[in-house]
Structures are given as structure tokens and as C-alpha cells.
Design a protein around this ligand. Structure first.
Ligand SMILES: CC(C)(COP(=O)(O)OP(=O)(O)OC[C@H]1O[C@@H](n2cnc3c(N)ncnc32)[C@H](O)[C@@H]1OP(=O)(O)O)[C@@H](O)C(=O)NCCC(=O)NCCS
Length: 152
């Protein structure tokens, strides 16, 4: 695991190339909610979006959404491309994103998992998140789960 992670580079979306990499991972992991370039760009100023590379190879991305003005939860979402999972990358991205969320002094931290991503549900539950809400885009569709945990 150490060798696999020694060349892990994580940094913010700063230009069109990193925005496209962020979007590529997002859309591969949640094809049901695939985003256009404009939709992704619209999030850059409002959310902290980061991309992760193993050397030069794109492996994952993160989203950290601050709480609404006046309080509430930060939202942390970690995504790793399927072929790179199970080697600690998601945990490394998660720890970094949780530190970034903590700087926002939220009341709690939430994550959103498309229920089809069963590894994602297990990953979140193993880190103390519990389901607080679910949303079905249309009747019978695979739901999105909102899970919450204390911020510290
Ligand atoms: C959730 C997700 C980010 C995990 O990414 P990952 O790179 O596989 O994460 P890790 O390798 O750090 O950990 C995954 C599991 O493998 C285990 N693991 C970690 N290192 C390992 C290794 N070297 N060998 C084998 N297993 C390992 C971990 O114990 C972990 O188990 P857990 O999920 O039961 O806690 C990934 O499955 C994903 O992108 N899912 C879809 C997106 C999603 O649902 N995100 C929401 C969660 S915030």
C-alpha cells in the first residue's frame, strides 16, 4: 500500500484540464448523474473540487461542500475509479477531505452515495456515517443516500 501511495498527488481543480479530469471521475462513478462541463465549472467557485493522480494517472476526485450560511453540515464525497480501488487511495482522499471540511467548522459532516455504489455505502458506514435521508430521482430508480456523522 505504501508503494502504491508513494506517488499519490492530490490538488485542486485549477484549469480546464483538471476540471475535465474531475468530471471524468465523477461521471464514471455516478453515470446516473453525469455532469456537463458547464455544470462542473459552475461548482468550482462554490465547492472545493480536487483531483488525484498516481504519478500521471488519474485515479480519483473529491468534493467538499461548505455548510449553508448560518450553519449546517459540510458535505464530503470521495470517488476512486473502480480499477484503482482497494489499495488505500479512498482512505487517503477521505482523510484529506475531512481535514478540509473541519476547517469549515460544520455542525456535522454528510456524504451522498448513489446506492448502486455498494462499496461506497460500506466505506461511509465504516467511518461512522449513518443514513439520514434518501432521494429517488424518479419512482423505482436507484436512490441517492445522504449519510451523516459528527464532524470530529
Ligand atoms: C468509497 C471509495 C471511494 C473507496 O475507495 P478505495 O480506494 O477502494 O478505498 P480504500 O482502498 O481506502 O478502502 C476501501 C476498502 O478496502 C480496504 N483496503 C484498504 N487498503 C487495502 C489494501 N491495500 N488491500 C485490500 N483492501 C484494502 C479498506 O479496509 C476498505 O474497506 P471498507 O470500505 O470496508 O472500509 C470507492 O469505492 C468509490 O469511489 N465508490 C463510489 C463513490 C462513493 O460511493 N463515494 C462515497 C463515499 S464518501
Amino acid at each position: 500500500m505504501v508503494a502504491a501511495m508513494s506517488s499519490l498527488r492530490i490538488g485542486p481543480v485549477t484549469d480546464d484540464a483538471t476540471l475535465e479530469d474531475w468530471r471524468l471521475v465523477h461521471n464514471a462513478v455516478v453515470p446516473d448523474a453525469a455532469m456537463s462541463t458547464d455544470e462542473a465549472r459552475e461548482r468550482v467557485g462554490r465547492y472545493l473540487l480536487e483531483v488525484a493522480y498516481d504519478g500521471d494517472v488519474l485515479v480519483g476526485c473529491t468534493t467538499v461542500r461548505p455548510p449553508e450560511a448560518g450553519g449546517g453540515a459540510s458535505t464530503v464525497i470521495v470517488r476512486v475509479l473502480p480499477q484503482w480501488r482497494g489499495r488505500g487511495l479512498g482512505s487517503a482522499l477521505y482523510e484529506r477531505a475531512m481535514r478540509q471540511a473541519a476547517e469549515q467548522a460544520p455542525d456535522a459532516v454528510e456524504t451522498v452515495v448513489w446506492a448502486a455504489n455498494t462499496a461506497g455505502v460500506r466505506f461511509a458506514e465504516a467511518r461512522g456515517f449513518a443514513e439520514v435521508d434518501r432521494y429517488e430521482p424518479e419512482p423505482g430508480a436507484v436512490p441517492y443516500l445522504t449519510l451523516r456523522r459528527p464532524s470530529a
